[in-house]
Design a protein around this ligand. Structure first.
Ligand SMILES: Cc1cc2nc3c(=O)[nH]c(=O)nc-3n(C[C@H](O)[C@H](O)[C@H](O)COP(=O)(O)OP(=O)(O)OC[C@H]3O[C@@H](n4cnc5c(N)ncnc54)[C@H](O)[C@@H]3O)c2cc1C
Length: 543
């Protein structure tokens, strides 16, 4: 069998993996292989509005779903994950959020040296080119273009800002600045009308390097262990089974659902569980697949009575044609914007040091038509309501030894009291906002949950039966030093050599907001640590 040898193998070219591919191959002495299960690209992955075309699209999406659970009213809720170069950064909502300083200080306090805010801030600054300018908190010259959503273009949002000010939420000109608190325009990974995925910002500029091999359509099936060292990857591509060897390291960047799955398929995980699926345990690690966290997110919806105040009016007929023209000519307009142009962060109770909840506002209503989500005819807005650092934890585990079978994903949402209380308070905050002038003058019916639902139990029951996530699964190969940790503070799998995990799965807790920027930071930091280690002599590998 053909077994080419590389220095590094990166499994998954997503938010974190593409960064590693670029940084590791920047030194021409390193031979780097990137295996990506998904395709090279998709037409809609370049155009911001393409988000709506990819969220349910099997050509670029793993389309996972959770197991039926009490916390989801026995529904299977959708878990979209990018399956193409750029991974989820090629299909996501493009909102750029770093989170709060305290998120990272918490990671450091959990024993993860090198991950405090002071440690990660320089990495964040280095990775971005923020069009708002550089200062002690922001960067201007990195590979990732970050832009401000223009404030003036959507009049409804001006009224929302005024109403928010009246209920104690000041306008915050930089939601990634000194403080997260307040209402502000989203910063986005969109520039010149184009999605700034990691495929575009990190992978494309490195594709010409002769020491970098990128293999789309290559599904890693198991890692190859020799004793307690990982020496390569078995994968399926073009209908064949193949193997590649890594002289130095394999870095698993397959995301929070697929990374624990790959570890388990390779015999790394809970011994009893693996044996029950006919997988021989080669390295027992009880934390693999545990600690799944996500932002459970009810969609609170209101009708809007004013014409042309929402995207619902722009998404059909001649107005849509006009928007398409604007996009074709100048890369501007509705097709070039995020679906979440504005959001607010707030505290749900007195005594909290920083915001614990957020509402992201979609200035439109959408509906499901079969498997697709479409902008609805009815005029209105949708609020995605989240507790920022949900404490409920679930799990991701294989259902069999078959790499093609999706894993069992259980969230166990709302099991933590803080999550229930936080969501209730945040939903009520959304109602308060819509009932405040000058927003209330154009607010119509509360479509969901509906004004008739008022008690905690009624609202929580509605949440259980209707909420989805905001697609931020993290934590299933968590970093730490406790018995349930999977990787150490340098992202090395505990007890094994030559194997790291670098993606959303290593986050011990959720960051306060969306997770793409933190994953890119994780990729950058991992590259730094790998390169520091690569200064040591290379291990010999048997061919
Ligand atoms: C619909 C959606 C909307 C979102 N909106 C936002 C947003 O607006 N802002 C934000 O900050 N975050 C958002 N997120 C979340 C964010 O995009 C993710 O947290 C982040 O991209 C995850 O990065 P990752 O590196 O962990 O994994 P991914 O980017 O998902 O990358 C994993 C890669 O590994 C590949 N892979 C998996 N298994 C294998 C295998 N066995 N062999 C080979 N390759 C494999 C996958 O195909 C994929 O390309 C959104 C996510 C989704 C899905």
């Amino acid at each position: 069998m053909d077994q080419p040898t590389f220095d590094f193998i990166v499994v998954g070219a997503g938010s974190a993996g593409s960064v590693l591919a670029n940084r590791l191959s920047a030194d021409p002495r390193h031979k780097v292989l990137v295996l990506e299960a998904g395709r090279e690209s998709h037409f809609w992955s370049r155009i911001p509005v393409g988000f709506a075309k990819l969220i349910d699209n099997p050509k670029a999406n793993w389309l996972y779903a959770s197991e039926p659970e009490a916390s989801t009213g026995q529904r299977r809720i959708p878990i979209p994950r990018g399956k193409l170069l750029g991974g989820s950064s090629s299909i996501n909502g493009m909102v750029f959020v770093r989170g709060q300083a305290q998120d990272y200080d918490t990671w450091a306090q959990l024993g993860n040296r090198g991950w405090s805010w002071q440690d990660v801030l320089p990495v964040y600054k280095r990775m971005e080119a923020y069009d708002g300018g550089a200062d002690e908190l922001r960067g201007r010259t990195g590979p990732l273009r970050v832009t401000d959503t223009p404030r003036q273009k959507i009049p409804l949002l001006e009224k929302m800002i005024e109403a928010a000010n009246k209920i104690g939420l000041p306008f915050n000109p930089d939601l990634n600045g000194e403080t997260q608190e307040g209402i502000g325009m989203s910063q986005v990974t969109i520039a010149k009308g184009r999605r700034q995925s990691t495929a575009f910002c990190y992978l494309d500029p490195a594709r010409g390097r002769r020491n970098l091999t990128v293999e789309p359509g290559a599904l890693a099936e198991t890692l190859i262990l020799e004793g307690k060292r990982c020496i390569g990857v078995r994968y399926a591509a073009s209908g064949e089974k193949r193997e590649a060897r890594a002289a130095r390291e394999v870095i698993v960047c397959s995301g929070s659902i697929n990374s624990p799955k790959l570890l388990e398929l390779s015999g790394i995980g809970q011994g009893q569980r693996l044996r029950s699926h006919g997988i021989v345990p080669l390295h027992e690690l009880n934390g693999v697949g545990e600690n799944l966290r996500d932002h459970y997110s009810p969609r609170v919806k209101f009708a809007i009575t004013e014409r042309n105040a929402t995207f619902n009016d722009n998404a059909r007929g001649w107005r849509l044609a006009r928007e398409a023209l604007k996009y074709a000519l100048w890369g501007e307009g509705f097709l070039a914007t995020t679906s979440v142009p504005i959001r607010m962060y707030f505290r749900t109770r007195p005594g909290l040091e920083t915001p614990d909840a957020t509402i992201s506002v979609l200035p439109f209503l959408y509906e499901r038509v079969g498997h697709e989500r479409r902008i609805a005819k009815r005029r209105g807005i949708t609020m995605n309501v989240n507790v920022l650092r949900s404490e409920s934890t679930g799990s991701v585990h294989v259902k069999s030894a078959d790499p093609a079978e999706p894993p069992a994903i259980r969230f166990n949402f709302l099991s933590a009291r803080a999550d229930r209380d936080g969501l209730l308070a945040a939903i009520r905050k959304g109602r308060e906002l819509m009932a405040t002038s000058p927003l209330k003058e154009l607010t119509g019916e509360e479509i969901a949950p509906g004004a008739h639902l008022t008690t905690d139990e009624e609202i929580l029951d509605w949440v259980r039966n209707n909420a989805e996530t905001t697609y931020h699964p993290v934590g299933t190969c968590k970093m730490g030093a406790d018995p349930m940790a999977v990787v150490d503070h340098e992202l090395r799998v505990h007890g094994l050599q030559g194997l790291r995990v670098a993606d959303a799965s290593i986050m011990p807790t959720l960051t306060s907001g969306n997770t793409n920027a933190p994953c890119i930071m994780i990729g950058e930091k991992c590259a730094e640590m790998v390169l520091a280690g690569a200064a040591t002599p290379q291990r010999k590998v048997a061919a």
